[in-house]
Design a protein around this ligand. Sequence first.
Ligand SMILES: Cc1cc2nc3c(=O)[nH]c(=O)nc-3n(C[C@H](O)[C@H](O)[C@H](O)COP(=O)(O)OP(=O)(O)OC[C@H]3O[C@@H](n4cnc5c(N)ncnc54)[C@H](O)[C@@H]3O)c2cc1C
Length: 403
Amino acid sequence: MIDFELPPALKMVKDFAHGVARDTFRPIARKYDEEEHTTAEEIAFMGPIMAQRSSERRKKPKKDADEPKKPRAETEDRIGAIMSTVVGSEEFSWGDAGLLLAIPGNGLGNAAIAAVATPEQEERFAGKFAAMAITEPGSGSDSGSISTTAVLDGDEWVINGEKIFVTDGKQCDIVVVWATVDKSAGKAGIKSFVVEKDRPGVTVTKLEHKMGIRASDTASIVFEDVRIPKDNILGSPEVKTKTEGFKGVMKTFDNTRPIVGSMALGIARAALEFTKEKLEEEGFQFRYGLNKCRLGAIEREVLVMESELEAMRLLIWRAAWMGDNGRANAMEASMSKAKAGRMGSEITRRCVALLGPMGYSREWLVEKWARDCKINDIYEGTQQIQQLVVARNLLGYSRAQLK
Ligand SMILES: Cc1cc2nc3c(=O)[nH]c(=O)nc-3n(C[C@H](O)[C@H](O)[C@H](O)COP(=O)(O)OP(=O)(O)OC[C@H]3O[C@@H](n4cnc5c(N)ncnc54)[C@H](O)[C@@H]3O)c2cc1C
């Protein structure tokens, strides 16, 4: 039988995250939306908590990153890091998605490290706040075309290049940088490297002024002859010049895309709950169980949006569960992000409209949620890129056949 009740361990994650979202994030959400680039000291206490969580995860035995995970038996049902992160992220984002991204130690680079680092690397980079740097001035959706280079010189890699739109790029301690070790090998030459921010040659050159998630910084970073230890290459130190190299770095997306989806879900849920509350105050009723044609227009619309939230959540949980249980989940991860990214934007925009002029006013957070939600349909692969991944997987086409 399918059981949709959260087990006690996940219920605890949900309740804790919801409490922080309600009591800490919500009250300061507008402040840091208006004071972009100011560090939110009120959430500093979350850093040690995140470090404690990842330390508990590290204590569990883990396989070498490049060793293919064996699918678990059908009967096995493991709740791992991805599932607990998506459950927590939905709640935190219900409070404020920008502040969630600004929690020390909670960068997208941390999820990348959790996905592909060796146990030794996980230990070495424990407690560090990690950003993820893929995008470059000449490379966005086509992440296989990056031109940042990593050249082995004795016992060190030398990194050169420029990364843009790096979430937490200013605040982070370390950056997971995608770079090519062999441009002629194309995608196969791409690997990810951990670069400590305080290494000579690392410069934050720009901070973006953004439409949404303004509590989190977004930076450009230049890497000029930056020398890092040989074993800062993530995963196996062996550079394979077959496609496994790129598949290895792409594996991080299978973890991070459901997480981004859960952020869209949390924001959209916040907007819809608030909108419903305000409509109820105005005398609207929401009757469940009636035939659709007997419902009022707004009533029907709100109930349909609620069912969309459920659909988003189920797709996210499926992708996360598959990831935690060693199943190949690239398609499901993209499905979850495609659905959540698109519907999150639609629901939040619709909530602005349903509330009339007050929905557009800065007095309420609904207009902010509509601005915040949009990013989830852009980063970690846009809507169109997710649809490409899903189509390729469903139709059995290669990257070359469908691009
Ligand atoms: C606030 C913010 C934070 C970000 N954080 C990070 C981060 O932490 N790390 C990082 O590396 N990057 C980050 N990014 C960058 C983000 O991942 C890219 O913007 C995104 O991948 C799209 O790349 P692009 O902007 O170059 O768009 P392009 O690739 O130029 O795409 C432009 C448009 O064309 C469409 N398109 C492109 N290719 C195809 C195709 N084959 N078929 C159909 N349509 C296509 C896209 O969907 C998009 O609509 C961030 C961006 C923003 C705005």
